[in-house]
Design a binder for this molecule. Structure first.
Ligand code: PGA
Length: 256
């Protein structure tokens, strides 16, 4: 696991976009696994900027992590809408290359299977992740077990409360979502987990320094060979010593 700490989320986003650029340039058919939420916006801004400076994204396939059940692509809080607004509207990613779970599918089981088929056909080279305050990745919530495949999940109260900041009122937050399972995440070639702000400091420390536990889903990333954790100073607070340097045990983990 590599830990990179930046002064600002903007700088962190630029770094993560540079990691994606490397994949995009070096693969004939790059596949990016993408995330939504406040955190990855900095990554998308930087990627759009790289595109404006000439980075071609026409060969890129995108596979998003999750979608709310009940929200169609025209709903402003759907993840489909989010992706259009922050990335797809500003780049030359082809509409045919864009994949998100369909949150208004009539048969959700079939939709989960369809999505797993897409992932099988397009193994992910670069998986971008945020992290919930409860440690979720995608919408894999803390539980006694973590599901391998794409599945329907009931969101935990903590997640609903946290996501209420994007809605007019908490009652409007969908209670269910479709999410990629942990298998697809762990099978991706490279993972970049981003987290910013003091409210993420505790869960970042638990995920990176603690034991691997299903009630801290992000801790499972410790089992993956190529993970970069991209933080700002606030979210990294518990990973550094009094001088702001990475704690010794974390330096030893660095495999970059
Ligand atoms: P956030 O969400 O970036 O809006 O904090 C992260 C997540 O829940 O994965």
């Amino acid at each position: 696991m590599n830990i990179r700490i930046f002064d600002t989320p903007h700088e962190a986003g630029v770094y993560a976009a540079a990691l994606a650029e490397h994949i995009i340039k070096n693969r004939p058919k790059p596949v990016l696994g993408l995330a939504t939420g406040a955190t990855p916006i900095h990554f998308y801004q930087a990627l759009v900027r790289l595109h404006q400076y000439g980075l071609d994204l026409s060969r890129v396939t995108t596979i998003n992590l999750d979608e709310y059940i009940g929200l169609g692509p025209s709903h402003e809080q759907s993840y489909s809408y989010f992706m259009q607004k922050h990335l797809f509207d500003h780049t030359n990613i082809l509409p045919d290359h864009i994949h998100l779970p369909n949150g208004i599918a009539t048969n959700l089981e079939m939709e989960c299977n369809r999505y797993d088929g897409i992932i099988q056909k397009n193994p992910i080279h670069f998986q971008l992740l945020g992290i919930g305050v409860n440690g979720h990745i995608g919408f894999n919530e803390p539980d006694d077990l973590l599901q391998s495949k794409t599945h329907v999940v009931r969101l935990q109260l903590e997640t609903v409360k946290s996501n209420a900041r994007f809605f007019n009122q908490i009652e409007e937050v969908p209670k269910k979502a479709i999410t990629l399972g942990v298998q697809a995440i762990l099978q991706s070639e490279q993972i970049v987990l981003m987290a910013f702000g003091p409210e993420k400091a505790n869960i970042v420390a638990k995920s990176v320094l603690g034991n691997v536990r299903t009630d801290v889903p992000a801790s499972i990333l410790q089992l993956h060979k190529q993970v970069t954790v991209v933080l700002d100073r606030e979210s990294a607070k518990q990973l550094v010593d009094e001088y702001g340097n990475l704690r010794t045990e974390l330096k030893r983990m660095d495999n970059s």
